[in-house]
Design a protein around this ligand. Structure first.
Ligand code: NAD
Ligand code: UDP
Length: 323
């Protein structure tokens, strides 16, 4: 049966790949976005498709539609983007979740919420299982995002308990791939852009901090499996690639794969509250969803580098001022 599926943040990096997959599957897709951190170009190839619709809308305002499923992805995700207007970021997480849960409740839609490994903060448990409650600074520069996402998880589970809304919560770990915003300041996009331009590769701190990088196609598989999974498994579930690398190793890998002459430099101190280590424990996703990533960092980076080589950097703008 064809489903009417709403994707908020659908023009963004992950959202646009999700829309691709849903349109290909023949679903009736409504993509909602205010283009704060994305470009229409991410979905322009879908505009001619009869089962795709693009709506400019800000999720902090109510939305009235009739849909069967909602993927709630709308939220700036890169630290530079979400710290640009922190009050708007937390409003987007919290009011966006309330509005989408209200919609899900009214039309009895199933709703999947994109949460984040940032709910674990700077973790003192490693790797992080879903049962770990996190180490988040509630008043630091990352709090607008971390606490906004934590509150959104709370809302999801309260709407489930109080109103029987059919929810899914996924905690996404660092994901990369084509259509990342080249100026989003995230580590993979920064390093690839810098390497291709022959600029210095900017490590923050000494580069010993670690992240575990998941290729976008694997992540989208996980989102789809979670949405289609059993109603008695609302999550939260970690989705990410458990292969962990230091930021210095990532820089070296990017230099090697691009053949760049760029130097790797320690350009600034580690930003405040920057997590030292991050690695998903995906035991639950393996068991409940039969999901695990299949694309290794080297292969994923090659594909991402190829894409960065094709884009016109001048077509990308920084986040909208006075947003
Ligand atoms: P992205 O910035 O490319 O996409 C977010 C999209 O949401 C953008 O298109 C943006 O314009 C839109 N948006 C922002 N505020 C909005 C608002 N108020 N109303 C409507 N649209 C709005 O980022 P992404 O990497 O694709 O992230 C998508 C989701 O996944 C986010 O919720 C993010 O927190 C989550 N996530 C991503 C990662 C990752 O590594 N990519 C990791 C953890 C969680
Ligand atoms: N980082 C870096 N150089 C950059 C951008 C980021 O060393 O040019 C570091 C950053 O300090 C963090 C890690 O890379 O330790 C991942 O940063 P990112 O912004 O991609 O995402 P995060 O996982 O911190 O949300």
């Amino acid at each position: 049966m064809i489903k009417r599926i709403l994707v908020t943040g659908g023009a963004g990096f992950l959202g646009s790949h999700l829309c691709d997959r849903l349109v290909e599957a023949g679903q009736d897709v409504i993509c909602v976005d205010n283009f704060f951190t994305s470009q229409k170009a991410n979905v322009s190839h879908l505009l001619e498709r009869p089962n795709f619709e693009l709506v400019r809308h800000d999720v902090t305002h109510p939305l009235f539609l009739e849909v069967d499923e909602i993927y709630n992805l709308a939220c700036p995700a890169a630290p530079g983007h979400y710290q640009y207007n922190p009050i708007k970021t937390i409003k987007t997480s919290v009011m966006g979740a309330i509005n989408m849960l209200g919609l899900a409740k009214r039309v009895r839609a199933r709703i999947l919420h994109a949460s984040t490994s940032e709910v674990y903060g700077d973790p003192d448990v490693h790797p992080q299982p879903e049962s770990y409650r996190g180490n988040v600074n509630p008043i630091g520069p990352r709090a607008c995002y971390d606490e906004g996402k934590r509150a959104a998880e709370t809302l999801m589970f309260d709407y489930r308990r109080q109103n029987n809304v059919n929810i899914r919560v996924v905690r996404i770990f660092n994901t990369y791939g084509p259509r990342m915003h080249p100026y989003d300041g995230r580590v993979v996009s920064n390093f690839i852009r810098q390497a291709l331009a022959g600029e210095d590769i900017t490590i923050y701190g000494d580069g010993h901090q670690s992240r575990s990088f998941c290729y976008v196609d694997d992540l989208i598989d996980g989102l789809l499996k979670m949405m289609d999974g059993p109603d008695d498994f609302p999550g939260p579930v970690n989705l990410g690639n458990p292969d962990e690398f230091t930021i210095r190793e990532l820089a070296e890998r990017v230099v090697e794969l691009t053949g760049s002459a760029s130097s790797i430099v320690e350009s600034r101190a580690l930003p405040q509250d920057d997590p030292m280590h991050r690695q998903p424990d995906i035991t639950l996703a393996r068991r409940k969803l039969d999901w695990e990533p299949t694309i290794a960092l080297r292969e994923g980076l090659k594909r991402t580098i190829d894409w960065f080589g094709t884009i016109d950097m001048a077509a990308y703008r920084a986040p909208t001022p006075n947003y």
